[in-house]
Each structure stands twice: as C-alpha cells, then as structure tokens.
Design a protein around this ligand. Structure first.
Ligand code: 8DG
Ligand code: MN
Ligand code: MN
Length: 385
C-alpha cells in the first residue's frame, strides 16, 4: 500500500456530495453485500441500520481502488462496527455468511418480490407477508383489495421486472417528445434519473418538461395523457397536480405537476414506430394491451410495458428539479443533509432557501446551485452515490 493511497483513504470525505462517485467502481462485491444488508434493514423498517449500510456502501463506491485489507478500510467514514465485520469477512473469504443467510430468508425474498411490484411499498408488503402472501398467485386471489396502481403493477409485472435498456429509454424519449410537441412545438424535454447519470439500464425512464412561458405548460400533461390514451399506448397513469403552497422553505415533499405512467412501448419493428405518425392501434392490439396475458397474444406482443415519470416545472425551478430528479437517491439525501447542516440552506427540487437570510436563492443551472452550496460541481456521472 503506497503512502499516497493511505492519504486518499484517510481523506475520504464523509458527505457523498463532496466526492466523485462513478457508476463503475472497484469494490462491487462488498457494496453488493452491504446493499443487501441495507435492503434487509429497509424491509424491517429499521431506518438507522438502512442508512448505516447505505452510507458504508456509498463510501466504498467512491474509493478509487480495490480494498485489499481491512486495515485500508479502518479510516473510511461510515465503515466501522457491523460494516467492518462484513468487509473483513468478504476480504478474507470472498463472501459474508450473514448476507448469504439473508438472501435465502423467506421474509427477505418475499419482500423483494412484493416491493418489486409497482405501487407496493414496504408497509403494504409487510402487511401482506403477515397475511400469508408469498407469491404472485397468492396476490392474484385478492385482486379486489388492490389499488388501481397495484392492479396495473401486477398485470404488467413481467415487463416491469425487466430492466429498461438505454435503447428503449431513447424510444420512450422520442414518444414523449412526439406527443408533447403536438401541443407545444418548442417544449423542452430532458431525460433525468439513472440514464442521465450514465446508467445503461433502469427500472423506469424519468423526464423533466419545461418552457420559458409557464402558460404553455398548463394542461400539457392532461393533453399528452389524452392523446396517448387514444393511441392505446397508455396502460396506467396517475396525474399529480402542482400544489403551489408546498413550495415552502422546509418541505422536502415535491409538489411539481407529475405524471406517473406505464406506457406500452411499441417494439422497434412494430407498425407503430413510423417516423411520420404514430398509428391508431386496431382493436386486436387494443385487446392485447388491455389483456396482455390473453392466450392469443403470448407470442405476438408488439410492445413492452415501461414505467415513465413525467415532471413539469416552470423555468425558474428547472435547475433545482434537474438536480433533484437526477439522483442518485443517496446523493440527493446527502446533498440536502449537507446543505442544511453545514450551510443552513434548505434544498429541495423547487429551490434553495437561506434560513438565516430568509430568502430563496435563484439558479438557472446546476453549476449555480453547487456554487450557492459552496461545493465543487459534480457532473451527473459522478453522482452515482
Ligand atoms: P433507476 O430508475 O435507473 O432504477 O434509478 P433512478 O432513476 O436513479 O431512480 P428513480 O427512482 O427513477 O428516481 C430518480 C430520482 O428522482 C431520484 O433521485 C429521486 C427522485 N424522485 C423520485 N420520486 C420523486 C418525487 O416524488 N419527488 C422528488 N423530488 N424526487 C423524486 O423518484
Ligand atoms: Mn429512474
Ligand atoms: Mn422514477
């Protein structure tokens, strides 16, 4: 171990927003193990343990070399106690017994399965587990008790469990663009979330929509939803209206106008995918979309269900929404914790509020926000904390 490496080790910053976290890093085996422990804690609703394991994993993602000995880890932030035992075991034996036990645990496996369904959170999954539900067939017997969101999630779970590829995300982007431009030709659309951080797969596709003239945005999501529905391309949607009162200093709740949707993404070879105009689907296609499991559609599917988040922001909030929706979730959590604790600034995806001067700090770009926060700018590809 070189002296230079020792120095880097002991200088690892404690806040994730103070360090670069690339997508691909050097300690995947250990971070995978720590993240399984984090998820297991999350499934038991143990926030403190969840955060502890998440922070340790995040620290190791930023380490610019592969850990060779437990000695190298001893000065790393958040890597003490339980995490250190896990790190040591993996370094010495290539695996951690506790993690292997968890992976085979019925509660863990069931929670993974159930929370993997769109619309199912930990609370709900926990309740279902206690009621004896262990698999998807168990769940289908109680369809009457599910929310509309969960019914759609269950109906399309095979598709939604598959990762969305970058190529698919780009086609979703084209569909979103074609749709929105019908109503506002010069609308501005940015893909955010994991794909903006350089990921090649994701669980959904996130978009931010804005326009210099706020009036152009009013009713745009309703129009887009209406048109996608007439095309048979919308499998589920939930529109959340903007709540201006929530744009407050302290609220971490997001109040942008948002559409959480599941779209039927036509396959690249399908007749829908023409450059001129998306065709109205015929009744047979509509039937397949409504009943994807119906026998005649098994081998002839021309579309894939994909989760899409559409967020509308006025131009003045766009930079903040971009920063907030680019993630990662842990990076966002750390950025907000740092702002509040170290700078007395309250950050959310609408703006930045100076608690001492009692005023909002405007920003047109992400760079300006980092400047307000006294942080070195990190591009999205370094925010994979
Ligand atoms: P993935 O989809 O590729 O698996 O990963 P991701 O793109 O990083 O995760 P995501 O769940 O799609 O979330 C992307 C970012 O958006 C994340 O940093 C958190 C943020 N985000 C939500 N929902 C909300 C919300 O309701 N309000 C705000 N402000 N941010 C949200 O996912
Ligand atoms: Mn995403
Ligand atoms: Mn999302």
């Amino acid at each position: 171990l070189s002296a230079a490496t020792e120095v880097r080790c002991s200088q690892m910053p404690t806040y994730a927003c103070h360090r670069r976290t690339p997508l691909n890093h050097h300690n995947q085996t250990i971070t995978n193990a720590l993240e399984i422990l984090a998820r297991s804690a999350f499934f038991q609703e143990s926030d403190v343990r969840y955060l502890g394991f998440t922070r340790a994993a995040s620290t190791l993602k930023a380490l610019p070399y592969k850990l060779q000995s437990v000695n190298q880890a001893k000065d790393l932030p958040w890597c003490g106690g339980h995490c250190m035992i896990v790190i040591q075991e993996i370094l010495e034996h290539g695996m951690c017994r506790e993690v292997e036990v968890i992976k085979n645990n019925e509660h863990y496996q069931t929670m993974e399965l159930l929370t993997g369904i769109y619309g199912v959170g930990v609370r709900t999954a926990q309740r279902w587990f206690k009621e004896g539900i262990r698999n998807l067939s168990d769940l289908k017997t109680m369809e009457c008790k599910l929310t509309a969101e969960q019914v759609s999630g269950l109906r399309h779970c095979k598709d939604l469990q598959q990762q969305v590829t970058l190529e698919e995300a780009e086609r979703v982007g084209q569909l979103v663009k074609d749709t929105l431009q019908r109503f506002v030709p010069d609308v501005h659309i940015t893909m955010t979330g994991g794909f903006r951080r350089g990921k090649e797969v994701g669980h959904d596709v996130d978009f931010l929509i804005t326009h210099p003239n706020e009036n152009a945005l009013s009713g745009l999501l309703e129009d887009a939803v209406g048109w996608l529905e007439t095309q048979g391309l919308l499998l589920y949607h939930h529109l959340k209206k903007r709540k201006p009162a929530l744009r407050s200093a302290s609220s971490s709740m997001d109040s942008h106008e948002t559409c959480y949707a599941i779209v039927a993404l036509p396959s690249s070879s399908s007749p829908w995918n023409t450059d001129i105009e998306v065709k109205k689907c015929n009744s047979e296609d509509a039937e397949r979309i409504a009943h994807p499991e119906s026998p005649n559609s098994l081998n002839s599917r021309t579309w894939k269900a994909v989760r899409v988040d559409l967020v509308v922001t006025p131009q003045a909030e766009h930079a903040y929404a971009l920063l907030g929706w680019t993630g990662s979730k842990h990076f966002e959590r750390e950025l907000r914790r740092y702002s509040l604790r170290e700078k007395k600034l309250s950050l959310n995806s609408h703006g930045l509020y100076d608690l001492e001067k009692s005023c909002f700090l405007p920003a047109q770009t992400e760079e300006e926000i980092f400047l307000h926060l006294g942080l070195q700018y990190l591009p999205p590809s370094d925010r994979n904390a």
